[in-house]
Write a protein that binds this ligand. Structure first.
Ligand SMILES: Cc1cc2nc3c(=O)[nH]c(=O)nc-3n(C[C@H](O)[C@H](O)[C@H](O)COP(=O)(O)OP(=O)(O)OC[C@H]3O[C@@H](n4cnc5c(N)ncnc54)[C@H](O)[C@@H]3O)c2cc1C
Length: 385
């Protein structure tokens, strides 16, 4: 079973697969340091190779000197990189170039000079600040407010779980501008310089994945009206648009992780013997292999179908949720089954399985927990009856 990719995409997939098989997987236990980041020598090597392979600035539109790749090509890269822990799972060690969140392309020229171009040149870094202590999965509950005072907004509140906030030069921040309207036109997006008076980092979390997201407090932070992105009240829609592409990244990565875990599971099951027979002969193990194999076919078909249709301008939010939920769940199930088949050695840090397990466990929560995806999907299904 295979999603019908164009010849060009098939060739690209083979190139990416070879790169991961030959230049990443054999070295994946040594490429990252204790901080979970790529070691400098590997960063240099992989960034150089990324430029040769054409994946550097792949998501950046051509008019901004990027590759402007189509969504299918992006999914191919995310899937292949999902097969290895050679690069950090979140952020990919920057091998696809600086991370630019889509709303920055929509700034006016003056703001592009201050924010977009420096990010593209690697001179500035941004973080995305939506979640709060009491509003993660349900961002409509956010309490951070932006109140217009003359030609400035005054921002007060706390954001939590914000990746890279400690190294960021500015935040793409979502705040409530109209409490009555809430997420239906009452939330706006702002560019907030992290060195503005009143911005402080008030906490950092150690997570089992190695990520260390931050808490940021905003105390009467004054932001000029020009630093609002889009119209007042458009912020939630802008944020969701950025998250929509992110969901395909989740789906593709889940497929890649499941593929690698299936490969490892099968290889080990054939060579490991207990009670006089290879594990591969045991039905309990065969069923884990079969379930992973079948679900992997389904997940891959879903991810590439959603990407293909989105590339044609046919963006279906529910389908985006379905592939994210299904492939993220599969990534974790596959890692868990792979770990089980490996027994004790699977629990060690000599193999990448425990890392896949920890990372994929987190994807069932971040950027939309499975239960919330299910709730939204159910609402849409029920609407059809
Ligand atoms: C490592 C990491 C990095 C992150 N980076 C960022 C970032 O850069 N920027 C940012 O803005 N946010 C970021 N987040 C926040 C992340 O997106 C949220 O943690 C996530 O959306 C879940 O929110 P929550 O933790 O508040 O869980 P809650 O919304 O409180 O939900 C808790 C649990 O309750 C269940 N649940 C919730 N609602 C329902 C429902 N309706 N029905 C049934 N069950 C339900 C789910 O199982 C869910 O896991 C990050 C989080 C982590 C852990």
């Amino acid at each position: 079973m295979e999603y019908p990719l164009s010849e060009e995409h098939q060739i690209f997939r083979e190139t990416m697969k070879r790169f991961v098989d030959e230049e990443m997987i054999p070295f994946e236990m040594e490429t990252c340091g204790a901080d979970g980041e790529l070691k400098p020598e590997w960063k240099e090597k992989y960034h150089a190779r990324a430029k040769e392979l054409g994946i550097w600035k792949m998501e950046v539109p051509e008019e901004f000197d990027g590759v402007g790749a189509d969504l299918i090509s992006l999914c191919i890269v995310w899937e292949q990189l999902g097969r290895t822990i050679a690069v950090p799972t979140r952020g990919l060690g920057g091998i696809m170039g600086p991370q630019v969140r889509a709303p920055l392309y929509e700034l006016n020229e003056e703001m592009k000079k201050l924010y977009l171009y420096p990010v593209l040149n690697g001179e500035k870094k941004a973080c995305f600040a939506q979640s709060e202590p009491d509003a993660g999965g349900d961002p409509s509950r956010m309490r951070t407010t932006a109140v217009l005072d003359g030609d400035e907004y005054v921002i007060n509140g706390t954001k939590q779980w914000i990746t890279d906030a400690g190294n960021a030069d500015f935040a793409q921040l979502l705040a409530v501008t109209d409490k009555e309207k809430g997420s239906r036109g009452g939330i706006s997006m702002f560019l907030v310089d992290m060195n503005s008076p009143g911005v402080s980092i008030t906490g950092q979390f150690d997570t089992m994945m190695g990520d260390k997201p931050y808490q940021i407090h905003f105390d009467n932070v004054r932001v000029p009206i020009e630093k609002r992105i889009g119209e007042e009240g458009q912020g939630f829609a802008l944020g969701q648009r950025f998250l929509a592409n992110g969901r395909l990244k989740h789906g593709s990565r889940g497929v890649g992780t499941a593929q690698r875990c299936l490969d490892m599971m099968c290889e080990y099951a054939k060579q490991r013997e207990t009670f006089g027979e290879p594990l591969a002969n045991r039905q309990a193990v065969q069923w884990m292999i079969t379930d992973t194999y079948v679900e992997l076919q389904a997940a891959r078909l879903m991810v590439y179908n959603v990407a293909d249709r989105a590339a044609e301008g046919n963006v279906d939010r529910t389908d985006g949720f379905i592939q994210k939920m299904y492939a993220d769940e599969l990534g974790f199930k596959a890692a868990d089954r792979c770990l089980q088949v490996h027994g004790g050695i699977g629990l060690t840090t000599d193999l990448p399985i425990e890392n896949f397990w920890r990372q994929s466990r987190s994807f069932r929560i971040t950027e939309g927990p499975t239960e919330i995806m299910k709730m939204v999907i159910a609402r849409n299904v029920l609407r059809e009856y």
